[in-house]
Ligand binder design. Structure first.
Ligand code: ZN
Length: 255
């Protein structure tokens, strides 16, 4: 840059690629996870039930406040303004509820309190309310953290070698393509991953976060995957209807 008008030929593509590869770190860093942990002040590892619950109550209070304001004020606004207001509400409420989602994520890492049962109870309630199968994601997510970036063992966002890229990837390797990829990922990525393991680790058969007998989980985890399913509203609601139908059918009550 600023070469005073001196023109130089662009470097050959091969040498640019080789340069990129040289800059990518591939050796082990000169420190371990243990060293990193030692560098964090010890008080940061103390878990406080009161402080953790204060975040839950704060986030839920703000969420209910926004909900109350939106449902009481927006319906009385004229049409174009009400549509814009709903859009703004979705974004703002989405940010607040992401905070709730993160608290349940911390429960999955046993960071909420010193009590595993309390972490799992709070996590199950909060994640189920946000349509996340708590235990199912907790186990796959833990393995993601311990294998991040591994081509063979990472659970999600698994990097692909160049030879396995989709045929259309060269057409979306540009700013509009990245915007489209981001939009699809943010809108559909989460449910597609949970239900169909899209972008997930390759398994020998169909993998799904709602299947207690699926290949993602081991025998020790299957009961909890079932509990996540039963607590998950889109699954719990039809199950409840079937249950009510069975009870009514058995008792002869046709209400
Ligand atoms: Zn995590």
């Amino acid at each position: 840059m600023g070469a005073g008008g001196r023109m130089s030929a662009p470097p050959p593509k091969k040498s640019v690629e080789a340069d990129v590869h040289r800059r990518v770190p591939y050796t082990k860093p000169p420190f371990s996870v243990g060293d990193l942990k030692k560098a964090v002040p010890p008080h940061c590892f103390n878990r406080s039930v009161i402080r953790s619950f204060s975040y839950v109550f704060l986030d839920l209070t703000v969420a209910f406040l926004f909900y109350y304001i939106a449902t009481t004020c927006i319906p009385s606004l004229p049409l174009p303004l009400s549509l814009l207001s709903w859009l703004a509400y979705w974004v703002v409420q989405g940010c607040v509820l992401t905070g709730v989602w993160v608290i349940a994520h911390e429960c999955g890492h046993h960071a909420f309190s010193d009590y595993q049962w309390l972490d799992d109870t709070v996590g199950l309630i909060l994640h189920s309310a946000l349509l996340v199968p708590y235990f199912s994601w907790k186990y796959s997510h833990r393995r993601h953290h311990s294998n991040t970036g591994s081509l063979e063992r990472d659970e999600v966002f698994v990097p692909k070698p160049k030879s396995e890229l989709a045929w259309f990837s060269k057409y979306i390797n540009n700013p509009p393509g990245r915007v489209l990829t981001l939009a699809v990922t943010l809108v559909l990525g989460w449910p597609l991953y949970l239900a169909f393991n899209v972008s997930g680790r390759s398994y020998s058969r169909f993998a799904c976060h709602f299947d207690p007998y699926g290949p993602i989980y081991n025998d020790r985890e299957r009961t909890q995957i079932f509990i996540s399913d039963v607590a998950h509203p889109p699954i719990a609601a039809p199950l409840r209807l079937i249950g009510v139908g069975l009870v009514e059918g058995c008792s002869g009550d046709s209400r």
